[in-house]
Design a protein around this ligand. Structure first.
Ligand code: NAP
Length: 283
């Protein structure tokens, strides 16, 4: 039994789709806090179990009989370590054969503010004594391509990453990598540093958007505080705006870059290119 937590989220759904291509649906459990969100998965034969990271009893029920668990990190910023500990503790009680966790690229050395919660979670996983795999995911390219509409409307793509190179990859590529690791009969590696094959700067992203739209969309680099103010002005919740502005500013110094090629090798094919990511977002 392979159990995927947060399976109602964007990454979780993609992992389940990829798992269904590799193992029988009846061996897959979608653990979600609101089961009404995944009726479509139940209809395809996936087991659905209710599991809230803040409710240890629900996690014990959800993880019963698990051989492998993928803990997808929560999006509840600031609460994540306590929530993840609840899942790790339940996995230890269930004596699972593998606990995989979606961490962040270079979690041990990362200067990103958001890496602290991932480092603490990784430490808790190691302390649990369970067999583990850390899927250290880099930036989703959708973090940028998801807001191209605003960039096109305003005639500029804003950010604070200066000329920093960003080895982002598609959510779908990270999801496929997770499914490959979970479905494999072979013992997985302990740590995978996962990122796109080709890094890009935000100037290069803006140039690609300009090329594909036929409109001039330059990259407008801003100081971190000004970018934070812009994000707050467009309505991002403060914690998320802080995280995005901090990450962009750290990216200026290489915090989101990687040239290991691990993700592409795991997938057995090149990762999605910037050209493809922009095309998909504009479609
Ligand atoms: N690498 C990157 O660039 C990047 C970018 C954004 C996020 N992330 C991280 O990667 C994770 C997965 O990404 P995503 O795109 O799938 O995010 P997402 O679509 O926001 O999904 C987050 C999931 O977390 C679940 N969740 C939140 N609190 C929970 C709780 N108390 N108990 C159980 N489940 C809970 C949500 O459940 P509901 O469906 O019930 O809301 C949702 O399914 C995020 O949560 C975040 O930690 C990474």
């Amino acid at each position: 039994m392979i159990i995927v937590t947060a399976a109602s989220g964007q990454l979780g759904r993609l992992v389940i789709q990829q798992l269904m291509q590799r193992v029988p649906a009846a061996q897959i459990v979608a653990a979600v806090r609101d089961v009404s969100k995944v009726a479509d998965l139940a209809a395809q034969g996936v087991q659905v179990r209710q599991a809230d990271y803040t409710d240890p009893a629900s996690l014990d029920r959800a993880l019963a009989g698990a051989s492998k668990v993928l803990l997808i990190s929560s999006n509840d910023l600031g609460q994540r370590v306590a929530q993840h500990r609840n899942v790790i503790d339940a996995a230890a009680r269930a004596k699972v054969g593998l606990l995989a966790y979606t961490s962040v690229l270079h979690a041990d050395t990362s200067t990103l503010g958001l890496a602290a919660e991932h480092r603490e979670t990784e430490a808790a996983i190691l302390a649990s004594g369970l067999p583990y795999t850390l899927l250290r995911n880099g930036w989703y390219v959708e973090n940028y391509t998801g807001s191209l509409g605003a960039a096109i409307a305003h005639g500029a793509l804003a950010g604070a990453a200066a000329d920093g190179r960003i080895a982002a990859a598609a959510r779908a590529d990270y999801a496929e990598a997770a499914a490959i690791v979970l479905a494999s009969a072979a013992a997985p590696q302990a740590i995978y540093e996962l990122a796109g094959d080709q890094s890009f700067t935000l100037t290069e992203l803006a140039a690609e958007v300009s090329r594909q739209t036929g409109k001039q969309i330059p990259y407008a680099n801003m100081p971190q505080q000004a970018y934070l103010d812009l994000l707050l002005n467009v309505g991002l919740p403060p914690a998320l705006a802080q995280l995005v502005a901090d990450s962009d500013a750290r990216a200026a110094h290489g915090a989101l870059d990687d040239n290991s090629g691990v993700l592409g090798r795991l997938l057995g094919r090149p990762t999605q290119t910037l050209e493809q990511a922009v095309r998909a977002a504009l479609a």
